[in-house]
Design a protein around this ligand. Structure first.
Ligand SMILES: [Zn+2]
Length: 311
């Protein structure tokens, strides 16, 4: 990957969530104020403070946390940042409840299919251990909103659903940098990173490619990838399209090979086994999204709830 320096107006904080999944969080500093794009996980707070110190950002300079999306590994320091600086929290309205009510976030994120996903201490810990405390959103933001941080540093939001049903990318104009959360998902991890709308994900991948050209983007920053050149981002987008294709192919072939309707749980188990990923809740959410997509396109039928046959 290409080496970029981060000496302003964008500053990088990075940790490893596990041996294969890094997490990058970015601070953007203008002449008037500064903003974090997402806040990482709760244990990162000392690193966020050190990053603000390095950037010369004093508490009253930090006006906003501007979210890409509302997953637990992107909102985990909101309460600590709010307490330390008084900053406001901005995110798409769709998942506002996830910021105010962590139990609801847990149930909707990890257990939308309760029969298949028992409520266990381990599952709870996976979600809750990244979060500090609930902070209701101060601002609901969507595509087109522009924050002028001063001195030519601006952040404009672009809608990029797919990984979640609402997600934003942020374009910083002075450095022509596109800052993403998980709009391009992890593709080669031991677990499926997941997407919740297949058509939305494909459209957002194409939109990223288009934005890079139209906005003359010079670098692409994403939460779980090292900084990318436009050529590197282009290659990753192509890889993501191939990945979606291979998930779809796996599901269609499995259902086609069965003589009776197959359950969502069976498709989930087969897809994880066949593609060598951990069988966990993100994969289940993703497989369900593919089932909905294939139903909408007329390739599958659902003769009884959550059971599928080839058309
Ligand atoms: Zn995410």
């Amino acid at each position: 990957m290409t080496d970029f320096t981060f000496d302003g107006p964008i500053f990088q904080a990075r940790i490893d969530l596990d041996p294969v999944v890094p997490l990058y969080v970015y601070l953007v500093k203008g002449a008037t104020y500064a903003a974090w794009i997402d806040s990482g996980i709760k244990s990162m707070f000392p690193l966020l403070q050190a990053t603000m110190d390095r950037a010369g950002v004093v508490p009253q300079d930090l006006r906003f946390v501007l979210h890409t999306h509302s997953h637990h590994d992107h909102i985990g320091c909101n309460a600590q940042l709010r307490a330390a600086t008084g900053c406001l929290i901005a995110a798409p309205a769709y998942y506002a409840a996830w910021h105010a009510d962590f139990e609801r976030q847990y149930q909707e994120f990890a257990r939308p299919f309760r029969r298949l996903m028992p409520d266990t201490p381990e599952l709870r810990d996976e979600v809750f251990s990244f979060l500090d405390a609930p902070v209701p959103l101060d601002l609901h933001v969507d595509e087109g909103v522009l924050f002028d941080l001063g001195g030519g540093v601006t952040l404009r939001a672009f809608s990029l659903p797919g990984h979640m049903l609402a997600e934003l990318g942020w374009f910083e104009s002075s450095t022509r940098t596109l800052i993403l959360g998980d709009a391009i998902t992890g593709l080669d991890w031991p677990q499926f990173h997941s997407h919740l709308t297949v058509g939305g994900y494909r459209a957002s991948l194409d939109k990223i490619r288009r934005l890079v050209r139209e906005l003359d983007v010079q670098r692409i920053l994403a939460a779980h990838f090292a900084p990318m050149t436009p050529a590197e981002a282009d290659a990753l987008v192509a890889h993501a399209h191939d990945y979606i294709d291979s998930v779809e192919r796996t599901i269609v072939r499995f259902v086609a090979g069965q003589s009776a309707p197959v359950s969502l749980g069976a498709i989930w188990a087969f897809t994880c086994r066949h593609m060598e990923r951990r069988q966990e809740f993100r994969a289940l959410n993703m497989v369900h999204a593919h089932a909905l997509d294939l139903l909408a396109r007329g390739l599958l039928r659902e003769p009884e709830p959550d059971h599928y046959t080839l058309r």
